[in-house]
Design a binder for this molecule. Sequence first.
Ligand code: F0G
Length: 405
Amino acid sequence: MANEFTNVDAEQLKHCWTQRRLSRDPLDLSGVWRYREILPFIDYRQHTPITLREGNTPLLEAPHAATYAGLERVEFKHQGYNPTASFKDNGMTVGVTKAAALGMKRVACVSTGNTSASMAAYAAAAGMQAIIFIPHGNIAYGKLAQALEYGAVTLQIKANFDQILSLVRQVAERLKIYLLNSINPFRIEGQKTIAVELLDQRAWKVPDWIVVPGGNLGNISALGKALRELRALGMIENCPRLVVVQAECSAPFEELFTRGIGALKPVEKPETLATAIRIGDPVSWPKALQEVTDSTGVVEKVTEQEIADAKAIIGRCGIGCEPASAATLAGIRRLVEKGTISKKEDVVAILTGHVLKDPDFVHGYHTTGLRAPNGEFINSRFGNKPVVMPNDVEEIEAFLRQSTR
Ligand code: F0G
């Protein structure tokens, strides 16, 4: 398709993207469609994108988190500020727009929760029926609530994510329903804009490292693709090193990376309280491996305790995120300890989802009632228990006088 910027140089394109921030056009107000030159497969004269003003997520400094990880400074690109509160919206606006352009009336996905919440919202906005498949009992409450509220047909299947994925493929094929799983190429294209917006916000200064949590590995694939394209366009001169962090008992990609040879060996029964990344057989591993390796990056794994503590620290920065997102900070801490990342390096972590996605986890941790999948209690090192007080001014005053924090 004709691309109005095919022959435009990098500086002009950067200037154009900056100028669009002053515009009131819905496409320019979107932190995805503002960068439409890297999404050249939609004919904008014929199809109006389905947008909910996704993207536009902040890059936040977090000194307390930096100290915790052993760094001088760290930045969080917080994708939880999206319309459905996760990074999935960047890809979903493009996936649903493409489905609409193809004349589809029904869309489906399997999800650990965020993809389904996002697809439900965008399908509703487009007037399509959303059909979502989720693992019964293993999805955070906030995410399930969103799917219901946005009107999706919600099927809770008694199987894990990997098993449901093959089921959904068959159902979609038989009923000719458009599949919006993370292997959908248009969703990956949309997710590229996370990296583009991040660099735009940093005035195109490339960090030394970008760190993401890894589940199905679509996000790392999109990130790597975006960086390669930006480099080819002359927007950046070098690429950052990429890090994927997995939860210890759902870490087939980390195992493969450490082994250094062969194919991914699926984890039969993946487990983690970070349910978003409870995936044992990630479909996008070949692409992900290529991207991480080409960037001279690394793959790390972290324990349930490390995820929970890192999450509480991100909360104490006034930022907050869901468990999977906190795997980034836990991973950075490990890599600093190992000497892989050095104290002075410029590190950006992508926080993939909002703190309110999983309120049960938050409540459990702070009230010392959180158990890891192996049954052991998580130690609430940074817990903050609510205090029950009588309706008595004196007692409350006495309590607050001795409370220093
Ligand atoms: N963080 C969050 C909050 C997620 O929801 C996911 C994936 C990931 C990280 C991992 O990203 O799969 O691209 O490596 N959630 C998917 C879902 C699987 O169905 O919502 P990935």
